[in-house]
Design a protein around this ligand. Structure first.
Ligand SMILES: [Zn+2]
Ligand SMILES: [Zn+2]
Length: 344
């Protein structure tokens, strides 16, 4: 089969073609696995973190990609959940142990044996992949394959972040950064908490205008004071300054949830501006979001179908994955980037 392989880690400012198109053996489904014929795979910022080594794959070469949509091509021994031809998706959660305290409490995203799709196991930048049938998700009918792909990461993680802020309807929510995940969170928040106002902080005037279009009550720059103290804030930026600024905008007892797998190092000195009375006192909390559980993916897909969410998509051929990644690195973004793979 055709696959785009990551053979060595590199800095994307220095290498324009981090992945190599290769012919590799089609994976064989093991016990309880399904083989998926892939039709679409979303391109995520986390792929940049993998390529540049902030969350490096344990083995190389590897096939990246964790927003995979396709059809069941074959079932391994014991796999009975799907029929050949059924449409399924695979998200960042590839597997977890199923027996530890975190798995048993539904927080399998915290499992020490958590394996990520397209990092710890082969992902969707290829014609086929295998996954345990329990870790595949049915895709609601109303979505096309390409529209469903970006929902599997940005949407599902945004959904988990929104669960973790523990907002009460009527209290105000802030969003710091307004990319793929945050714009879906804004739509979900307006649906789930109709009495709450949403305040958006972004460096980019285009993102601020987009936030207002989608129904934000206010949009300002990262360093601006919010017009009112906020009960909860979700940060989706790769930087540190927005964390400090967000803490200054939290109401007493407020919670900041950081929705990022890794933060970049370049503006870390901003943390030295952290002022205990202004930023942390009054029982303010900071919590991170780690990975996703299957429950987040499935609940989000249902909610997205119910809300008829239509993501903005920019399509690329599988062979053009390098161009999609470099554009993402350069922040040349017009909606979610999705690789498409024609039927075999
Ligand atoms: Zn992702
Ligand atoms: Zn576990």
């Amino acid at each position: 089969m055709k696959a785009m392989l990551l053979k060595r880690l590199c800095n994307l400012e220095e290498c324009a073609r981090p992945l190599e198109l290769a012919e590799v053996p089609e994976p064989v489904p093991g016990e309880n696995d399904i083989l998926i014929e892939i039709s679409a795979c979303g391109v995520c910022h986390t792929e940049l973190d993998e390529i540049e080594g902030r969350t490096p794959p344990p083995h190389l070469p590897v096939v990246l990609g964790h927003q995979v949509v396709g059809r069941v091509a074959r079932a391994g021994r014991g796999a009975e959940r799907f029929r050949v031809g059924d449409r399924v998706g695979v998200a960042w959660i590839f597997s977890a142990c199923g027996t530890c305290v975190h798995c048993l409490s539904g927080n399998e995203n915290l499992c020490v044996d958590f394996k990520a799709t397209g990092r710890d196991a082969g992902g969707g930048y290829a014609e086929y992949m295998t996954v345990r049938e329990d870790f595949a998700h049915r895709i609601p009918e109303i979505f096309s394959d390409v529209d469903a792909a970006p929902l599997l990461c940005a949407g599902a993680i945004g959904y988990r972040a929104l669960r973790l802020v523990n907002l009460e309807d009527g209290r105000s929510l802030g969003l710091t950064g307004f990319g793929a995940s945050a714009h879906l969170v804004l739509m979900m928040a307006k649906r789930r908490y109709p009495g709450s106002k949403v305040f958006v902080f972004s460096r980019s005037p285009e993102e601020r205008a987009f936030a207002l279009e989608l129904g934000a009550a206010w949009a300002g720059d990262i360093g601006e004071r919010s017009p009112e103290p906020l009960a909860a804030i979700i940060d989706t930026t790769p930087a540190w300054r927005p964390v400090v600024e967000a803490l200054g905008n939290l109401a007493p007892g407020g919670r900041l949830v950081i929705n990022a797998i890794r933060k970049e190092e370049k503006d870390k000195e901003h943390l030295l501006r952290l002022d205990y009375p202004a930023h942390l006192w009054m029982e303010k909390e900071i919590k991170s979001v780690a990975n996703v559980a299957r429950r987040d993916v499935r609940e989000f897909l249902d909610l997205a179908a119910d809300m008829r969410i239509k993501p903005e998509i920019e399509e690329f051929l599988l062979e053009d994955a390098n161009r999609a990644l470099i554009e993402l690195k350069m922040r040349k973004i017009r909606g979610a980037k999705v690789l498409t793979i024609p039927p075999r």
